[in-house]
Design a protein around this ligand. Sequence first.
Ligand code: NAI
Length: 655
Amino acid sequence: MNKVSYSIHQNVGVININNPPLNLLGYGLREDILNQITEAQSDTSRALVIICQGRTFCAGADIKEFNQTPQTPVLPDLITAVEASKKPVIAALHGTVLGGGFELALSCHYRLALYSAKVGLPEVKLGLLPGAGGTQRVPRLVGAKAALDFMTTGAPIPATEALALGLIDHLVEDDLLAAAQLLEQRATCHRVSGLKVCETSYDDKFFAEYHTKLAKTMRGQQAPQRIVDCVEAATRLSFADGLIFERNQFMVCKLDLQSAALRHVFFAQTQAKNSAKKYQAKLLDTQQQTNITRVGIIGAGTMGTGIAMCFANAGLQVTLVEINQQILNKGMLMIRKRYQSTYNKGRLTQEQMQQRLQAITPTMAMQDLNQVDLVIEAVVENMLVKQDVFSQLDAICAPHTIFASNTSYLDIEAMADKVSRPEQLVGMHFFSPANIMPLLEVVQASRTDNATLAAVMAVAKVINKTAIVAGVCYGFIGNRIYSRYLKEANLCLLEGASVAQVDQAMFNFGMAMGPFSVSDLAGLDIGYKARQTLTKEARGPSKFFRVTNMLVEQGRLGQKTGAGFYRYDPKTNQRQVDDQVMVWVAQAARLEGIERHAMTDTEIVRRLTQAMTDEGNQVLNDGIAQTASDIDLALIFGYGYPAYLGGPMHTASVQ
Ligand code: NAI
């Protein structure tokens, strides 16, 4: 079927695009639109409108083409032809008008949009920049600052905001074609390329300051900085020269390892998002799968409250159970405070806040879980307590209820032993803060069945988490790899590095925080207590945790006690290097028989990243992770590994 059709209605030549599902601007589509624009120049139409069928106007370029030799017409060819049209061209926008799709719209002489539409230039998220005129046209329409805010975040904005900024011309209730026909009578060829960037939107220092700001907020990333260069070029070069500058910068980005890494992450996420379907496909009858609408959470502590919010945010009903009334009240207060703060920032309406709060029912009665479809325990990390919880649930819950544990390390199999339907038990490992962190590890025990996995993966999508499936082992995928990384950090410490040097080296590498700062934040007692439950053999050599043990045994549990690997200012909580810690490090090294020597930052980074990759390979070999890209997602979205390096497995594969 032809992807582009054409007909004339009341003087308007309608270029109708139908390339489902997203009307992506792949090679064939570009060629068809270009041919149509060219042919329409000599027919009886007085204006042209580009409109799309299906759920959206063109939602971008086709990323799959990025790794191939570009076929002409490339997008800039099409866009130049559209803007050069002798007849006014009107873009009729609906859905999510993103990337190349929005650049096509910007080359049109008018932009009409449905109220429900969103527009955006998200290229930066793939380590790229809008390379088909976007960086030159957007500042001409909205000024330098608004253009940079729009393109360096890459976040789509609602049509109403785009109208206020000047990115689109008119909002339409429902009939885009009728609106385009009305506009035709007064439309002229209004070319954005003919405008100048408003001179009051920047001054001499503006671009340098924007570079500095991005160096902090988007640390280590090249593409946002190049977008600034392009917008600066738009202020000083002619439109034609600006386009050449933009094209060169785009090609540099495209060949950059950062873009390859971010594209790898994008595809890994898409694959993870679709994995619910994989488990559904394994079911003979989809009726077997539980449709989860009512959820029970046990434990109203750090994790339970965050997990309850995840489900309430998605419109599911939550019953939150605690054994301690005071903690339950405190937990609900915390949830209310978090919603209030989101409301204060204008990201939630009063009505939404009320709906979400009302969706969570606090209770002290386990019996109230008798009708839920899924129950997630987030009680203390203790096997006996967790086993007792599951025994109770087995007696209380409906036959279809899925049982899940949020354990960080413990053996899910031993929990499954306590229920009469072990095939309905699974791990759901959220990350703290659970209402914000995007990762979910779904742990498949030996008896977990496909119906349970399909239901859990489907609900993960509903609560907007990137879910990866892990097998059972101590720490699953993420904590197992991160533990190995922490061990290596401790070894570097004993062998000669300082706490601050290791942290700074890893921060400079791109990690969100250095390993010792993370440990202080999480609390050193957590790992300490976990180690006590392990056999000596499972704990491994004492050199990996001797320093941490020394700190814990002196009451230095991290930020919460004002001291751990660092000291924390009691008023500001500001981190301060503590020389005393290095005295203990030297003492620990002597006890371990390790001679200390100076270590370079390069060596620290090499050893710590190698530790992650080595353990990642082991995790793959043991069948704990299904793909290397799942490991990358875990480390990026759960542990602050820089996305622009693609995760430890990807980084190793391109070295
Ligand atoms: P927490 O100590 O803040 O909360 C646990 C809550 O469970 C307490 O309020 C306690 O009163 C309650 N509780 C204990 N037994 C109960 C029972 N029988 N019935 C109802 N409530 C009961 O602990 P946190 O940090 O929320 O951890 C919970 C679980 O989540 C643990 O398994 C932990 O390993 C895991 N986890 C923790 C993460 C973290 O960063 N804190 C991250 C990921 C997982």
